[in-house]
Design a protein around this ligand. Structure first.
Ligand code: ATP
Length: 206
């Protein structure tokens, strides 16, 4: 992987039921070692002699790619863990999940009970780290949960809407009136997540 501060990871999901029902064809192959996603021409009658190579097959290279059989824990161990560990060493970090609807963002972030996503894996990682520290070290862990939608910031725990982005010498850039929740255990962190998640789901169905 590159040593750049920004890394781009691609995950390809399997065809879903709808795609299978109309005999959709998977035109993506991946080369994990090279970090490549290969988009093949859907028209198998075309050969490299018929069309310029770039039309026949397009290759995109990323810091890391994961195939349809990958598990959330594979993504975590091979990509996200180092980001979370960097936080425990005092760095700021962000994991940004992006993609069209139905591509697997929630599957990757939240996952399922037997295949938990990077949110729970990150919580485990943070508390595993804390458990290695001597009792003399005091850790203060605070959590907030926001949604940014149509340029508006909402606190998903308190339901306060339209929060402002501010800047000060002491705090740098921060969100005004954002609630922060002290978390002493993994359960405390999970409660903040669950409270915020409930609001998020309510908003999606409103
Ligand atoms: N890697 C994967 N392996 C197996 N199933 C997957 C994978 N990724 C996504 N899915 C399935 O595809 C469906 C859509 O995934 P998901 O809800 O995570 O998409 P999303 O990107 O969060 O969509 P939206 O933006 O609409 O919320 C779900 O049923 C999910 O279980």
């Amino acid at each position: 992987m590159s040593t750049e501060n920004i890394k781009v990871i691609v995950r390809c999901r399997p065809l879903n039921k709808r795609e299978i029902s109309f005999n959709a064809q998977n035109i993506i192959t991946i080369n994990s070692n090279a970090g490549q996603v290969i988009v093949n021409s859907p028209d198998k009658t075309k050969t490299q002699n018929d069309t310029p190579e770039e039309h026949f097959q397009q290759i995109f290279t990323f810091d890391k790619v994961f195939g349809t059989q990958s598990m959330n824990i594979d993504l975590f161990n091979q990509s996200f863990k180092s980001v979370v560990q960097a936080v425990t060493q005092g760095y700021n970090a962000c994991i940004f999940t992006y993609g069209q609807t139905g591509c697997g963002k929630t599957f990757t972030m939240t996952g399922e009970q037997s295949n938990v996503g990077y949110i729970v894996n990150s919580f485990d990682c943070i508390f595993d780290y804390i458990s290695t520290l001597p009792n003399s070290v005091q850790i203060v862990l605070k959590a907030s949960y926001i949604e940014i939608h149509n340029e508006k910031i909402k606190d998903l725990v308190t339901n306060l809407n339209d929060l402002s982005v501010n800047e000060s010498k002491e705090l740098g850039i921060y969100v005004g009136n954002l609630s922060e929740h002290l978390c002493y255990t993994k359960t405390d962190l999970q409660i903040v997540r669950q409270d915020g998640y409930k609001t998020e789901i309510q908003l999606q169905h409103a």
